[in-house]
Ligand binder design. Structure first.
Ligand SMILES: [Zn+2]
Length: 256
């Protein structure tokens, strides 16, 4: 099996194996899931992402509804393991300069925001059919509580943001490892940091410090990967596929 570019003996990979071994020793399955954000249309990068997952991990694509269209639907027709989630409406930031970006903060009339989200939901359902799971992924992983409260009425039955989930009014399954250095050079954060985010969440679940039933989520952005990150993803998928205690879940089951 292709184990990726990193040697098996590199410390961060050994730490991943050790954590997965601990899950196995406890008779438990280390559940994982994969969310990739910002898809709009087919691209060589999307092809590369979908090829990486074949036979190893189904991927949930958070698709931006307003600019997407039939081209993406046609591309995904030949990717049976790919699911679609709703990534806001236009991925437009409405916050003032200097504040953290958000499309669905409490700074616009609620009826305007819910009308956008309803259009987005209808469009994705029509384009992607059963492949679309009615799950809201707010751009920049930020959304106001008042908007969350409207989601069930819009037919959006779950939410996915970043960080260990906390009890709330809506079903939630988040992501926990984001291997892009957004505040630095937007390159790959490196094996050590990327793997420690995965291992730390797995260890916290195993110890009961966070919800043990929330699968550990990998967050990627296929349009922004450098070569090192592509190599890391291939290695991570190979390493986890080779370990009996690790299992990548179908997003359909994650949000069932
Ligand atoms: Zn996004």
């Amino acid at each position: 099996m292709d184990r990726g570019a990193q040697p098996l003996t590199a410390a961060p990979w050994v730490a991943l194996d050790a954590e997965l071994d601990a899950w196995r020793a406890a008779g438990r399955t280390a559940t994982l899931w994969w969310r990739d954000d910002d898809a709009i249309e087919p691209s060589p990068e999307l092809d590369r992402l979908l090829a990486l997952g074949v036979g190893r991990a189904p991927v949930a694509l958070a698709v931006i509804p307003e600019p997407t269209g039939v081209d993406l639907a046609r591309r995904l027709a030949t990717a049976p393991f790919a699911r679609v989630l709703q990534h806001g409406w236009r991925h437009r930031n409405h916050r003032p300069p200097g504040e953290r970006s958000a499309e669905y903060a409490a700074d616009r009339p609620l009826d305007v925001m819910t009308a956008e989200l309803a259009r987005g939901r209808d469009k994705l359902a029509e384009l992607f059919g059963a492949r679309f799971l009615p799950v809201m992924v707010p751009p920049w992983n930020r959304i106001d509580d008042a908007v969350i409260a409207t989601l069930p009425g819009l037919g959006l039955r779950a939410l996915s943001v970043f960080g260990p989930r906390t009890p709330g009014p809506l079903a939630m399954v988040n992501t926990h490892a984001d291997p892009i250095a957004w505040r630095a050079d937007r390159g790959f954060v490196g094996d050590a940091r990327a793997l420690s985010d995965v291992v730390d969440h797995l260890a916290a679940r195993r110890a009961g410090r966070v919800d043990p039933d929330e699968p550990t989520g990998l967050l990627t952005h296929h349009l922004g990967h450098d070569d090192a990150l592509w190599r890391f993803l291939d290695a991570l998928l190979a390493r986890t596929a080779a370990h009996p205690a690790a299992r990548w879940l179908d997003p359909k089951d994650v949000f069932a």
